[in-house]
Design a protein around this ligand. Structure first.
Ligand SMILES: O=P(O)(O)OC[C@H]1O[C@H](O[C@H]2O[C@H](CO)[C@@H](O)[C@H](O)[C@H]2O)[C@H](O)[C@@H](O)[C@@H]1O
Length: 284
């Protein structure tokens, strides 16, 4: 499907050399870990973390987590290891020891988050996740509240006057700095060593990942969507468990590329772009 993606050769040395042609970007929730009822209830098993460390080494360092979580939360989840990462749907980026945050926080954003907590903090169905420079309102425990929650978040974004945008996800609406996206984050990594001049591979499961798929497709890379539903990704894996199995194979010298993903991938999905199937205010 993607001619530029030739499988590399297994084996300790040739495998490493060939693997260094790739740069791997991984979403977190719904990709590396199963979706849980609450953000703080996800479980990253140590075997997956250790496989990621081995794979990062095999890729000569070119492995980054690209998530809607903030960097501090990602670091806590992967501790004691610290991966290159982008947080808050691209608003934060850390490569090595350099951290960028391009979107200064308007002074009134804290008040907005506090208001949201005041309104919904004691609500048994809705959950406010304060991520610092972004905020999420979750309705996983009360799906019947989805419309109300989305309307409340849309009204807040409108009041914020253009500095923020709405990001829809799985049973969640999030307010994130305008201009931030996973596509922008991946482009930023790809401009720097060790990511520069490599073939990007991105695995993700959610609407926010479509921005990244678009960028990676445009660069001739490989995109893999996790789960059902329309997407711009080229290939599909059924579940985070399949992603974890793929990561383990890649970490242990297996060929990186589409052939490996296709062992459990469904059909190419380019014919059913996500924009046609999801109700969202975002522009992809
Ligand atoms: O970009 P990601 O790494 O996939 O992060 C997207 C959001 O994931 C989290 O919310 C989702 O996962 C929760 C735990 O499984 C689940 O309870 C929730 O319903 C999902 O929307 C996280 O809490 C958000 O901050 C991320 O933006």
């Amino acid at each position: 499907m993607t001619d530029s993606l030739q499988p590399d050769m297994p084996g300790p040395d040739t495998g490493s050399l060939a693997a260094r042609r790739f740069a791997l970007f991984l979403d977190f929730d719904g990709t590396l870990v199963d979706i849980a009822e609450r953000p703080d209830a996800v479980v990253l098993d140590p075997a997956t973390r250790d496989a990621l460390v081995r794979l990062q080494r095999r890729l000569g360092g070119a492995l980054a987590i690209v998530s809607g979580r903030n960097l501090a939360t990602l670091d806590a989840l992967f501790a004691p290891h610290r991966f290159d990462a982008s947080g808050l749907h691209g608003a934060e980026c850390r490569l090595g020891e350099r951290t960028h945050f391009d979107h200064p926080e308007p002074t009134h954003f804290r008040r907005v988050v506090d208001d949201l907590k005041h309104r919904f903090g004691a609500d048994s169905g809705l959950l406010v996740e304060d991520k610092g420079k972004a905020v999420s309102l979750h309705w996983r425990k009360a799906p019947e509240r989805a419309e109300d929650a989305m309307a409340a978040m849309a009204a807040i974004v409108a009041d914020l006057g253009g500095a923020y945008r709405l990001q829809h996800g799985k049973a969640v609406a999030e307010i994130v700095p305008v201009g931030a996206s996973k596509g922008v984050a991946i482009s930023r990594f790809l401009a720097e060593p060790p990511y520069r001049d490599r073939c990007p591979v991105f695995i993700g499961d959610d609407l926010t990942d479509e921005h990244g798929f678009e960028v990676v497709n445009a660069r001739g890379g490989l995109t893999i969507h996790v789960g059902a539903g329309p997407t711009r990704a080229q290939a599909r894996l059924a579940s985070p468990a399949e992603v974890r199995a793929l990561i383990a194979r890649w970490a242990d010298g297996g060929p990186i590329g589409l052939a490996t993903a296709e062992t459990s991938a469904a059909s190419p999905a380019a014919a059913s772009p996500a924009t046609t199937a999801h109700t969202t205010t975002e522009s992809l």
